[in-house]
Design a protein around this ligand. Structure first.
Ligand code: KIV
Length: 255
């Protein structure tokens, strides 16, 4: 798709029903993000989600997909201890979910080594640079990354190293649009942006944010393409009213 200039659409999914809907609408990539920790479980960071929980979400999504490419996030603590640990976590996710690729955050020399070992045994890996939420405490919050030239060139060289280590794609989160465009031009693998401007090879958003199900989260990069939260609230209050006034169920809705 990158070679032919077709932009890539990517969205998160954590469950079977949503995966079926997004897949049938034609999304190219479904990401079983560790943002499930926030969106599904209400945590304030992605750190608490476990390998078993990611496998549960991943397998549920894969069962709902007919055509999209499914990427599962490796959760915090499942790949940072050693390449050996990363390999055994990765093999579990691939075997138990049936997904197509895994995503890991970061660009340290140790992480690049781990990526190389995973790709060497045949596991497709998506990299993730810029704002890497698993390092939120070290980054000091969810702020724009790569603002000064030292940070920008570090991200750029890490991106090149991830491509050399065999990554099949790269997610760039919350970096200046100019930096993202430069990296997308330099790499031959697709660069998927979130808060990284328009001049990359595709875009990813958290589905619940894109659908307008979470009204309290309003970063500059987010566009809501629906008002699903309001629709759910309206349908629910219509249901409650119908139950209370005994207009549901009717005779036709009874056995
Ligand atoms: O976990 C996630 O949802 C992600 C995307 C925001 C890229 O990593």
């Amino acid at each position: 798709m990158k070679q032919s200039g077709e932009l890539i659409s990517m969205l998160t999914a954590y469950d079977y029903t949503m995966a079926r809907l997004l897949d049938s609408a034609g999304v190219d990539i479904l990401l079983v993000g560790d943002s499930a920790a926030n969106v599904m479980a209400g945590h304030s960071t992605t750190l608490p989600i476990t390998l078993d929980q990611m496998i549960y979400h991943g397998a549920s999504v894969v069962r709902g997909v007919r055509r999209a490419f499914v990427v599962v996030d490796m959760p915090f603590g499942s790949y940072q201890v050693s390449a050996q640990q990363a390999l055994s976590s990765a093999i579990r996710i691939m075997k138990e979910t049936g997904c197509d690729a895994l995503k890991l955050e970061g660009g340290s020399p140790e992480l690049i080594d781990t990526v190389r070992q995973l790709t060497t045994v045949g596991i497709p890996v998506v990299g993730h640079l810029g704002l890497t939420p698993q390092s939120v405490h070290q980054l000091g919050g969810y702020r724009l990354q790569g603002r000064d030239s030292a940070q920008a060139s570090a991200i750029q060289s890490q991106a090149e190293a991830l491509e050399r280590a065999g990554c099949c794609a790269l997610v760039l989160e919350k970096v200046p649009a100019r930096l993202a465009a430069m990296i997308a031009q330099q790499l031959s693998i697709p660069v998927i942006g979130i808060g990284a401007g328009a001049d990359v090879d595709g875009q990813v958003l958290v589905s619940q944010d894109m659908l307008g199900m979470e009204e309290s989260f309003s970063p500059k990069f987010l566009r809501r393409f629906g008002a699903v939260g309001a629709a759910i609230r309206q349908a629910t209050s219509d249901y409650i009213a119908a139950v209370k006034e005994r207009s549901f169920p009717t005779i036709d809705e009874s056995y």
